[in-house]
Each structure stands twice: as C-alpha cells, then as structure tokens.
Write a protein of this length. Structure first.
Length: 75
C-alpha cells in the first residue's frame, strides 16, 4: 500500500493488479485491520455506522477477492 494525496494505491506483485483507495475511511479501515480481531471491529473503530456496514463489507470483500487483503494466517 502506498499513500497518495487522494488516498492510497494498492499493488499486488503476484497478479500485477492495481487498486485505488479514494475513500479515506475505507483506507483507515484497511490500515487498521491488523490491529483488530475482525473487519467489523476495524470498521467500528473507524466510526463506520451500522447502516454503512454493508457498503464497507462489499468494499472489503472486493479487496479480498482481488487478493489485495487476505485473512490472517492462523485465523
């Protein structure tokens, strides 16, 4: 992940895919995933409300499907 003025670039060296994170709160959630027990907890810590959770779940799911983020090993 490389910080940029608009948010961040995500590059997967294996697939050579490039993704752009333009939503600052999604970026905050992604950056904090490692420090929380779940994606829901990371969203909550970033101030994502219950009504917004489905949209964030879709965004994180898309990142996972493209292998930009992955489940922690041993989890």
């Amino acid at each position: 992940m490389r910080p940029e003025p608009f948010g961040a670039l995500l590059y997967h060296f294996g697939t050579r895919r490039l993704s752009f994170l333009k939503n600052q709160r999604v970026l905050e959630v992604v950056r904090s995933l490692d420090g929380h027990p779940s994606a829901r907890a990371a969203c909550s810590a970033a101030g994502v409300g219950e009504a917004e959770l489905p949209a964030y779940a879709r965004a994180l799911s898309a990142l996972a499907e493209s292998n930009m983020i992955s489940e922690r090993s041993g989890q």
